[in-house]
Design a protein around this ligand. Structure first.
Ligand code: GAR
Length: 225
């Protein structure tokens, strides 16, 4: 039986699209059971519908408390049998209670090389800090915001001519390769969350390890600010 993913989104849905394409091509041995958005206007909902995926909206603004919102989210999640809950641009922080209920099967992608730049506006903060490398991280979700054990990272060089938009594009392109790769490992049972560490039952194949870095051959660092 292939694994079943529930994908949680808040906006554009480009990672959802990349994950769906990877499920269809067989790169991820899984299917998307359903897509849930906390925003009715999320563009990603149209992407899901066009792909024939079932969708639900659980609008956080309709609930008096975070706990009430998460109870409704739990109900929506329980609609479909699932193995993994995949956060793809889902912009709500969870309570420790929610994280505990789904511990070990809740994964997220964050647009920075964690533990650097947790939270919002990661690209402008990376530029301001003058880092040479930026990127994206797939990690298990724990109660600490953007602080869970790291599964995979993709690095991109920061070029002197990068502005926020250009850097965001480069990182997003890396995300679209990284997330399917990490989900494929998860669904093949290559790793699991053990305590607060990732335990690798089997290493990813070497050709995928090299994809992991995503550092171009000519990835030079000549940043001067
Ligand atoms: C992605 O860059 C993702 O890493 C980020 O939101 C964007 C969603 O884009 N997630 C976070 O910032 C979570 N803290 P998408 O809707 O096109 O996939």
């Amino acid at each position: 039986m292939t694994d079943r993913l529930i994908v949680l989104i808040s906006g554009r849905g480009s990672n959802l699209q990349a994950i769906q394409a990877a499920c269809v091509s067989g790169q991820i041995p899984a299917q998307i059971a359903g897509v849930i958005s906390n925003r009715p206007e999320a563009a990603g909902l149209a992407i899901a519908r066009r792909a024939g995926l079932p969708t639900q909206v659980v609008d956080h603004r309709s609930f008096a408390s975070r706990e009430d919102f998460e109870a409704a989210l739990d109900e929506a999640i329980a609609t479909w049998p699932s193995d993994w809950i995949v956060l793809a641009g889902f912009m709500r922080a969870f309570t420790p209670g929610f994280v505990d209920r789904h511990r070990g099967r809740l994964v997220n992608i964050h647009p920075s090389l964690l533990p650097a730049f947790t939270g919002l506006h990661t690209h402008s903060r990376a530029l301001r800090a003058g880092v040479c490398w930026h990127g994206a991280t797939v990690h298990f979700v724990t109660a600490e915001l953007d602080g869970g054990p790291i599964i995979a990272q993709a690095a991109v060089p920061v070029d002197p001519e990068d502005d926020e938009a250009r850097l965001a594009d480069k990182v997003l392109a890396a995300e679209h390769r990284l997330y399917p790769l990490a989900l494929a490992w998860l669904c093949r049972g290559a790793l699991e969350l053990e305590g607060d560490r990732v335990h690798w039952r089997q290493s990813p194949p070497p050709q995928e390890r090299s994809l992991l870095a995503m550092i171009p051959e000519d990835g030079t660092c000549t940043v001067q600010r």
